[in-house]
Design a protein around this ligand. Structure first.
Ligand code: GLN
Length: 294
């Protein structure tokens, strides 16, 4: 086939290249075609919703070359597309990303889009996001609850710099406070109506076997100690002191769901269900966290 010269041809070409390569999907897309669209449109900074007719207009040689290079880079380096483009999408919103933050992805998006219904009795006034990374969950929460004040922590100042850029980008910097904190270490005396977190929860053994794409992500955002649950245990031990009386804690632990349920059988975890895919997100109420010992 002749060289691809239109958006449609470039997407078809990129899809074939990606299909033939041994890549891992799961950093924003889950298949070669969506990844191809993301790489082609993202490399050219063209919005995804261009009119149909634009798909068949010829592009310049420089544009085509830029796309081809990006696709080759994705295949050769195994970097997630988000890092190559410097941008990722979460809750329908664009976020700056670099190698200091995990690529945004979490079933939290669905919860946020539904305003956490039916789990909250009233609009939360204060929200905390622990381990915010790019800030995507905290910022999407701030936009979903325009009256709320949101605190977002991370142990990594490099991550908080990215979160600050994203907060500005989405105009929530006045309601979003970024705090350097190791879980609750710098939040003494603070209480929240809603605490959310997608903490590091990959076990030591699993870290060794992750696909190459994950090696480009900050290990701080993934590694949860020996059995993966070190950070989650600390969160459970201290969350009771940081929730208001009818506050809730919602945490993603992914495939660690079973391990957590077995190690802490005394806790009445509610495991949330998702229509758009994903699992391993639990909810606990303030009253259920009172007796947890660290
Ligand atoms: N395997 C998980 C993921 O890719 C790990 C994320 C995490 O530790 N928070 O989403």
């Amino acid at each position: 086939m002749a060289q691809p010269t239109t958006l449609r041809q470039l997407v078809e070409w990129a899809t074939r290249q990606l299909e033939q390569a041994d890549l891992f999907y799961g950093h924003g897309t889950d298949n070669p075609m969506d990844e191809a669209v993301y790489l082609v449109f993202g490399s050219l900074r063209i919005p995804f919703d261009v009119p149909e007719a634009a798909l068949d207009e010829p592009l310049s040689g420089a544009q085509c070359l830029r796309v081809r290079k990006r696709v080759e880079q994705r295949i050769e380096s195994r970097q997630p597309a988000a890092y190559l483009l410097g941008e990722a999408w979460f809750c329908g919103l664009p976020f700056h990303v670099n190698e200091h933050v995990l690529v945004p992805r979490s079933p939290f998006a669905e919860l946020i889009q539904e305003g956490f219904q039916p789990w909250l009795n009233r609009e939360p006034r204060r929200i905390l996001d622990i381990g915010t990374g790019s800030g995507c969950i905290a910022i999407a929460c701030a936009l979903a609850f325009p009256q709320a004040r949101v605190d977002a922590t991370d142990i990594s100042n490099q991550a908080l710099e990215i979160a600050a850029r994203n907060a500005e980008r989405h105009g929530v910097q006045d309601r979003l406070q970024l705090i350097t904190s190791d879980v609750f270490s710098h939040l003494e005396g603070e209480r929240y109506d809603l605490i959310v977190s997608n903490p590091p929860y990959v076990s030591q053994a699993d870290i060794e076997t992750l696909p190459a794409e994950y090696r480009h992500e900050p290990v701080l955002g993934l590694a949860g100690g020996g059995d993966g649950l070190d950070i989650v245990r600390r969160m459970l031990a201290e969350a009771g002191e940081h929730l208001t009386e009818d506050g809730v804690l919602i945490v993603e632990v992914g495939l660690m769901q079973e391990r957590l349920a077995v190690t802490m059988p005394e806790l009445p975890f509610i495991w949330l269900e998702f229509e758009q895919g994903g699992e391993g997100v639990f909810l606990l109420h303030h009253s259920e966290l009172q007796s947890v010992k660290g």
